[in-house]
Design a protein around this ligand. Structure first.
Ligand code: DCP
Ligand code: MG
Length: 358
């Protein structure tokens, strides 16, 4: 296991990222409910919410909610379609501020990154750096973010989410247990609805409950993974901050105007997604090994299936045939609302090196 003693990790996550970038472009929208996502079509729209401003969240609107539901909660909001190139550009500006020579850096998504700032020497010094970064992002980019600092990536990430928006939460090692204990287990990244309800069945609701339970109970319920779960509850994830070699996945999805089980419509939609992800793959010079297909059925139940091929490739025929066979496996006696396609398992600099050495 990685020795994580004495590390100081910073996690930064932009506030309502897509919405904030749109509001920066149109200051008249400041303070208003702004929802980025599919066209709501006066409540008949079919897609989902990508994100929304904090004002819109006061009405209960959330990421990934059907846009039609958002419309019933907040019909008077300003609805905007996503402008991905604009967000990618803004993201690059943020990451440029965060790449500081001497501090290991890891971007995890379009709007979040870790920095290993152990070299700052102390938590007060780490906090000063966090304030400085927040100020630069505000002054130079006109955007706000939330920052968490702690002795592991896990604690830093939970801390950045603790006071949003525009938050700064510092959790020195001696306060980790007390900080985590009252939080629901769901706050641990990777614990989803399913694990949450399984844990709840064991009487475990908070991270403190999970930390305190006899590990044998967890081992009996979850097998070997049980001990790992308890380590997470203690704030230990063993992960290091390391630059990633490009994106971790490329994905696209499409929501149908009407739920369908017509194989021609489904096939055509998949073909378009194949062309789309393949274009991005080529533009970014990536080669993948894993194809994942996601299908959302009428009623919002969502299933995914993934398959890895034996060699790294950027071949469109491989994407198409693997995608087709995965989709066929997902066809049941039920209409489909959405189809998604994701490529992942990209070749890294390391794996390329290994290939050359063979
Ligand atoms: N996003 C998306 N669909 C989702 C979740 C997120 O398209 N289901 C996009 C839009 C978000 C961006 O990714 O702006 C970053 O995701 P976050 O989870 O960090 O959400 P926000 O930055 O929007 O809000 P928060 O202030 O809660 O971080
Ligand atoms: Mg964010």
């Amino acid at each position: 296991m990685t020795d994580s003693t004495g590390r100081i990790i910073l996690h930064l996550d932009m506030d309502s990222f897509y919405a904030s970038v749109e509001i920066r472009k149109r200051p008249d929208l400041a303070g208003k409910p702004v929802i980025i996502g599919a066209d709501p079509k006066h409540g008949k729209g079919r897609g989902v919410v990508a994100t929304c401003s904090y004002k819109a969240r006061e009405f209960g609107v959330r990421s990934a909610m059907p846009i039609s539901h958002a419309y019933t909660l907040c019909p008077h909001a300003v609805y905007l379609p996503p402008d991905f190139p604009l967000y990618v550009h803004a993201s690059a500006d943020v990451m440029a501020i965060l790449r500081i020579p001497g501090y290991p850096f890891e971007q995890v998504s379009i709007d979040e990154a870790f920095l290993d700032i152990t070299a700052r020497g102390s938590y007060p010094e780490a906090e000063k750096l966090a304030r400085h970064l927040k100020e630069r992002i505000r002054n130079e980019l006109g955007l706000t973010c939330s920052v968490g600092i702690g002795p592991s990536k896990l604690v830093a990430k939970i801390a950045s989410d603790f006071h949003k928006p525009d938050g700064l939460t510092v959790v020195p090692p001696e306060t980790v247990t007390g900080f985590l204990a009252p939080l629901p287990v769901r706050k641990i990244p990777g614990i989803g609805q399913k694990s949450e309800s399984e844990l709840s069945g064991l009487g475990i609701r908070t991270i403190g409950d999970l930390a305190a339970i006899n590990v044998q109970v967890l081992l009996a319920r979850f097998g070997k993974g049980g001990a790992g779960l308890q380590e997470l509850a203690l704030g230990n994830d063993g992960g290091i901050v390391a630059e990633r070699d490009g994106p971790r996945s490329v994905s696209r999805e499409t929501t149908f105007e009407e739920d369908t089980d017509d194989p021609r419509i489904l096939g055509a939609a998949l073909d378009e997604l194949v062309r789309d992800v393949h274009r991005t793959l080529r533009e970014d010079g990536l080669r993948f090994r894993t194809v994942t297909v996601k299908v959302r059925y009428t009623g919002f139940v969502t299933k995914t299936k993934a398959r890895s091929v034996s060699h790294y490739t950027d071949d469109i025929k491989t994407i198409a045939s693997t995608g087709r066979s995965l989709m066929n496996e997902l066809l049941v006696d039920r209409k489909i609302r959405l189809v998604g396609l994701r490529l992942s398992g990209f070749e890294t600099r390391d794996s390329r090196q290994r290939t050359l050495e063979l």
